[in-house]
Design a protein around this ligand. Sequence first.
Ligand SMILES: [Mg+2]
Length: 246
Amino acid sequence: MTQLGLPDDIQACLFDLDGVVTKTAVVHAAAWKETFDAFLRAQEGPGTRPFDAVADYDEYVDGRPRADGVRAFLDSRGIHLPEGTPGDPPDAPTVHGLGNRKNELLLERIRTGGVEAYEGTLRYLEAVRAEGLRTAIVSSSANCRDVLRAVGAEHFFDVRIDGVVAAERRLPGKPHPDTFLAAAHDLGVEPSRAAVFEDALAGMDAGRAGGFGYVVGLDRVGQGDALYAHGASVVVKDLTELGGKR
Ligand SMILES: [Mg+2]
């Protein structure tokens, strides 16, 4: 193992954004809850109990592309909506309409509450760069670039595979490994020589499915056991635990 706490054949580090670099998981969960609860209140019958911002968030929406999250959560309640189109207004009773409502609430929260970075991750990124490893940000978020800019972290990454790039290249999102595989490819590094840094269960699944050399699970909410069950090589609460002190 290196002083970064990684196997010594690792040449690249692939970082998730929300919950790994930035403290936006809480903001996402709140925006999802407001969106789904308003929708569920208007429904009738069983399966309309409120969205659980921890359990439902972890299981169905965290780390997934927006529309996939809407579909997965509604499926879990036996509710099926028409897909609609990406341009649907935020009050449309469609998968994309609900997704757009959530994004509207998220952007509002980002604008008013600000976004914070995890200091430990920024320090670790500095150490990773100093060691000469290549880096990528791999996020389902279509707002990835704005968020990175907001916390002054854009310069840490050689490659960005986010919701915008994934849509352009038609890459399926996490838990599929395709976005991480695209990042490794763009960095010119074999997946077995790349480490994945993720806080979502869907991200662990993607790391395992892609055959990556090392998968670091960030346990921000006390879900360490679940991260291991989904394929983490190691679980830490902050990246400074891994190393990188210089
Ligand atoms: Mg995440």
